[in-house]
Design a protein around this ligand. Structure first.
Ligand SMILES: [Mn+2]
Length: 239
């Protein structure tokens, strides 16, 4: 059996109907890597969240809205974008359950921010106001356009997986990791010193990246390896 990989979603409204949205680039990547993707609509019901954590072999926290600063004990500052408190709550509870069960978590864009905030770190609410840098992190470019390079830390899990010291990435973010969560290591930085990836060195696969490998895996083996290693780890943890 392929490992069951849960992916978090956006809530949407289309033609007066509410729905959920999950980018196909994510689900195609999971299929290609050998997993079975399943969308995770939000719920507040803690018992259902616990059941998801029991059944899933791995969790992908996908991209999306800003994180409500209350998640890391702050109040909103000027520059904060749209937030989805229900999504924050669902992802935070599910993440804690998955970590408790020692299951793999791959956190992408918004996901790295959720991961860092829930595990005890903080975020920049708006880089243009809070991070003095001339580097642009939110591109006006096609989704698969690699705009800035990240430097990957020596001896990190990320380096083992990707097999490079410098990795071109597509970044579309105006928030980012500020103070890293206790016990986590920064595994990549952009040239202006911003943290672009984090990992838990003590767990098989709890990794967050600030870029969007789901839009790059078709053209770049290095980005595909993130999905392949994640799904393999999920498979091994359910055997
Ligand atoms: Mn960036």
């Amino acid at each position: 059996m392929r490992p069951l990989i849960g992916l978090t979603v956006y809530e949407t409204m289309k033609s007066g109907l509410s729905g959920v949205y999950l980018g196909k680039d994510y689900t195609d990547a999971v299929y290609e890597a050998g997993g079975h993707p399943v969308a995770l609509p939000f719920t507040k019901d803690l018992k259902l969240i616990q059941e998801w954590a029991d059944r899933l072999d791995g969790l992908i926290l996908t991209g999306g809205e800003d994180i409500a600063p209350s998640l890391y004990g702050e109040e909103p500052r000027q520059g904060l974008g749209d937030v989805s408190p229900l999504r924050d709550h669902f992802e935070a509870r599910l993440l804690v359950c998955m970590i408790d069960k020692n299951k793999p978590v791959f956190a992408i864009c918004r996901g790295i921010q959720v991961l860092n905030a829930v595990m005890g770190g903080t975020l920049f609410q708006d880089l243009t106001r809070e991070w003095p840098s001339s580097l642009q992190h939110s591109q006006n470019a096609p989704r698969d356009h690699s705009a800035h390079v990240v430097k990957i830390g020596k001896g990190t899990k990320l380096q083992q997986i990707v097999g490079a010291d410098d990795l071109p990435t597509n970044t579309f973010h105006h928030q980012a990791v500020k103070q890293i969560a206790p016990g986590f290591a920064p595994s990549a930085h952009s040239r202006d010193g911003l943290i672009e990836a984090v990992e838990d060195p003590l767990r098989a696969f709890v990794i967050g990246v600030q870029w969007h490998p789901e839009n790059l895996w078709r053209s770049s083996e290095r980005h595909f390896r993130l999905f392949a290693t994640f799904v393999d780890t999920a498979k091994n943890s359910n055997e």
